[in-house]
Design a protein around this ligand. Structure first.
Ligand SMILES: [Fe+2]
Ligand SMILES: [Fe+2]
Length: 273
């Protein structure tokens, strides 16, 4: 299978980049499954139903979230009727929505998508390792799922790398999100799991983490409250990882970084050209 994962969509520049480029990429690379983190897609804070539908219509098979999951109150309600929208799995039991789901892709495959939040320098939640283990035990790769994609929404690269190695051989892809800065450590781990510490964001990189740089700089200089942070206004860049898996095992065969747009050096999976 051919998988594409894209990092946190930040505001309109991120949405526009996805909507304008993803349909063409799906065709050009003959993608089987696309998963995108959408936790900052509504003005930088959360997601709403209209935007969720827009991202799915552009070619995403599933959308993952993170610490901004509930920034838009309507998400508490519409997440219950949107099985392709996945929030962190290690929230307390009784939290609306699902932390994992077996998604039917347009290509006819079944992909387990899991979203989990780290605990280092983040809100304390349930054990992320045990939570993901439970999901993988009920839906094993190569038996129930054709591919397994785990989005580790976390601050610390140590926690993300530990999760990658912990799941090595049991997931097709373990990919980090949340920092909005892409890392360069994409690789296939010894057990066959594709890994990347952070996918980066889909958004305006002439910014501070996707938000307009002036107010962000001012907050560091003056330490006083100011206007609400707003997403950058420039053209967005797509950032993430491309993975090809073995059809029999569901494990990764090769990986490539994806960066398409202004500001960052562009790169893409040349093995699919
Ligand atoms: Fe984010
Ligand atoms: Fe986040």
């Amino acid at each position: 299978m051919r998988l594409l994962f894209l990092g946190d969509i930040v505001g309109r520049p991120g949405r526009n980049a996805v909507i304008e480029r993803l349909p063409g990429l799906r065709d050009r690379w003959r993608l089987d499954c696309v998963v995108i983190n959408g936790e900052n897609s509504a003005g930088g804070f959360g997601i709403n139903e209209a935007i969720c539908d827009e991202i799915l219509a552009a070619g995403a098979d599933a959308i993952t979230l993170g610490n901004h999951t509930w920034d838009q109150r309507e998400t508490l309600v519409f997440i219950e009727r949107q099985p392709r929208l996945i929030r962190p799995v290690n929230y307390p039991s009784g939290t609306p929505g699902r932390g994992a789901n077996l998604i039917d892709t347009r290509s006819g495959h079944r992909v387990l998508v899991v979203n989990v939040m780290g605990r280092l320098y983040m809100d304390p939640l349930d054990d992320p390792f045990a939570a993901v283990d439970r999901e993988l035990e009920t839906c094993p790769l190569g038996q129930v799922a054709d591919a397994v994609i785990v989005d580790v929404h976390a601050e610390a690269t140590s926690e993300k790398q530990a999760m990658g190695h912990h799941l090595d051989g049991r997931a097709s892809l373990v990919v980090g999100t949340h920092t909005h800065v892409p890392t360069a450590d994409h690789r296939v781990l010894p057990g066959g799991t594709a890994y990347l510490s952070d996918a980066g964001m889909c958004g305006d990189y002439d910014s501070v983490l996707g938000m307009q740089k002036e107010e962000s700089i001012r907050r560091f200089l003056q330490k006083t409250p100011g206007p609400r942070m707003e997403p950058g206004l420039g053209e967005g860049t797509l950032c993430g990882i491309a993975v090809e898996t073995d059809d029999r095992t569901g494990l990764a065969v090769r990986v490539a970084a994806v960066r398409l747009g202004p500001n960052l050096e562009e790169t893409w999976p040349r093995f699919w050209d």
